[in-house]
Write a protein that binds this ligand. Structure first.
Ligand code: F6P
Length: 486
């Protein structure tokens, strides 16, 4: 990481109480089939990094109230969380169906998501999407204004909320505003495809600090600002933009995982029984080795290329056919968007084709599951797998690439990693591949299974060092430290 855009955590940087703003909420209330209301806590990197901080510091988390019983249990939209032992407030923003369609399924996920993943052919910028995106960002800004005390810092999360910082700044000129962009920031030549590129940059530049997973994303953001606003002063080495009354620092602040938490769960897991459950009793032959992929069914994840690579490998190496099984743990996602529904169908078809071609009575080459796995089971599955394959076309960071090495508590396990995931910038020891290069993916999986023990251990140990260095506990402190030197 270039020293200029990176930042160290300073003691005392995190305020005593803060306001976090994100699209997804950390806890939702849902009604089950019997009409009982149940609380669900969100999985994912954002919640697992921020919920502990909110629990220890207190404050308010503002988010879309997406659970069907969310508003029923809230007073004026506010509910205290965690429900078992409340320590902070969750302010729920209710969104109409039209708002969800235009803001979430529309602008956020059919304009900004493909744009930032540099997949502009999938962008669809319906004018109504932008209108809803603006209106929902305004709704979030109003909610922040209603709950934030004068001295509280406000931290926005992700691409759903690019306009809200400016809308809050207009109401509160002196509040410290921060943003973390969890997905990649594209090259200027790509960002220009967006019809609202200047408005998005203007919204973000209301922040004092904007964080990215890598130096490259921070630099690309600065280059975009430089070309959009000639009157702004952009110090690309120092990461500072000065424009009218705004001074914004862009930093590389990579988000990792709760390493000890993953390790503890992996140590506690009953690996044999998890293996049996996932593979199915009749196929649980312990001599069969496992490779694993874990992802949302998102077109940025490179799953079809990986399945094709497996087909190439089993084709040219018949001796590997019963040697290992590939487990694809997939989660359905964003199915209000046709491209996601098509992607899921394509993945399922590809799995079936490979299984039909290579499968035998006693061996299923690919086990595909959409089962919801709790964190304990997932950690056990990581531990059971000898190889993890993480090959997104593009990914802000990719926390599976952190979780897998952390869960390899037996000292074995190899990671095949896309060179275009943010994680590849920070982690050393993986077998890196171009995610479009089917032969290279096949070669890397083959090699991963054939590494000798010393090299496997050495690579894993380097991976684990990198994962530990980015433990999520310092992430919040680094973000706030970046604001202190402005
Ligand atoms: O990676 C970006 C992100 O928004 C994450 O914050 C989140 O875990 C993931 O995508 C899931 O997306 P969604 O909220 O659309 O289900």
């Amino acid at each position: 990481m270039a020293p200029e855009l990176s930042v160290n955590a300073q003691d005392g940087a995190v305020p005593d109480s803060l306001v976090v703003v994100s699209n997804r909420e950390p806890y939702s209330h849902e009604r089950d089939d019997d009409g009982e209301i149940r609380v669900q806590s969100a999985a994912g990197g954002l919640t697992s990094a921020l919920d502990p901080v909110m629990q220890s510091r207190g404050g308010t988390w503002v988010a879309w109230g997406s659970g069907d019983a969310d508003m029923a249990v809230a007073e004026e939209g506010i509910v205290e969380v965690p429900p078992s032992a409340p320590t902070y407030d969750l302010k729920r923003v209710p969104l109409s169906d039209a708002a969800v369609q235009g803001y979430y399924y529309g602008y956020a996920n059919q304009v900004l998501w493909p744009l930032c993943h540099e997949d502009t052919g999938r962008m669809w910028a319906e004018p109504a999407y932008w209108e809803q995106y603006r209106a929902v960002n305004e709704q979030f800004a109003e909610a922040v204004d209603a709950v934030a005390d004068a001295d509280q810092s406000v931290w926005f999360q992700d691409y759903h909320l690019a306009l809200a910082p400016r809308l809050v700044r207009q109401r509160r000129p002196d509040t410290t505003l921060l943003q973390f962009w969890h997905i990649p920031w594209p090259a200027p030549s790509v960002f220009r495809h967006c019809p609202h590129s200047d408005a998005l940059l203007d919204g973000l530049l209301a922040c004092d600090v904007i964080g990215f997973h890598t130096t490259a994303y921070a630099e690309q953001f600065l280059h975009c600002v430089d070309s959009a606003f000639p009157a702004a002063t952009v110090d690309t080495d120092g990461g500072i933009v000065t424009r009218s009354c705004d001074k914004t620092r862009a930093v590389a602040n990579p988000l990792g995982i709760d390493v000890e938490g993953v390790r503890d769960r992996a140590r506690a897991a009953d690996v044999t029984s998890i293996r049996d459950t996932v593979l199915g009793g009749s196929r649980s032959d312990t001599s069969i080795r496992l490779a694993l992929g874990v992802e949302r069914l998102d077109y940025s994840k490179g799953i079809p290329e990986r399945i094709e690579a497996l087909a190439h490998l089993w084709d040219r190496r018949p001796d590997l056919r019963r040697e290992f099984t590939y487990v694809q743990k997939a989660s359905r996602t964003r199915e209000g968007i046709a491209a996601y529904r098509r992607y899921r169908a394509d993945v399922v078809d590809a799995v079936e084709r490979v299984n039909d071609r290579f499968g035998t009575d006693d061996w299923q080459p690919i086990v595909y599951t959409e089962a919801k796995l709790d964190n304990e089971t997932l950690a056990g599955l990581y531990r059971a797998a000898e190889v993890a394959v993480v090959t997104p076309h593009r990914d802000g960071m990719n926390l599976v690439a952190h979780e897998y090495p952390a869960a390899c508590v037996d000292g074995d396990g190899s990671l095949v990693l896309s060179e275009l995931a943010g994680a590849a910038t920070h982690l050393d020891g993986a077998l890196t591949v171009n995610p479009h290069d089917i032969e290279a993916i096949a070669d890397a999986i083959e090699r991963a299974f054939e590494l000798d023990e010393a090299e496997t251990r050495d690579r894993l140990s380097r991976l684990q060092d990198g994962v530990e260095a980015l433990d999520s506990s310092q992430w919040v402190a680094r973000q706030f430290s970046a604001g202190q030197s402005l």
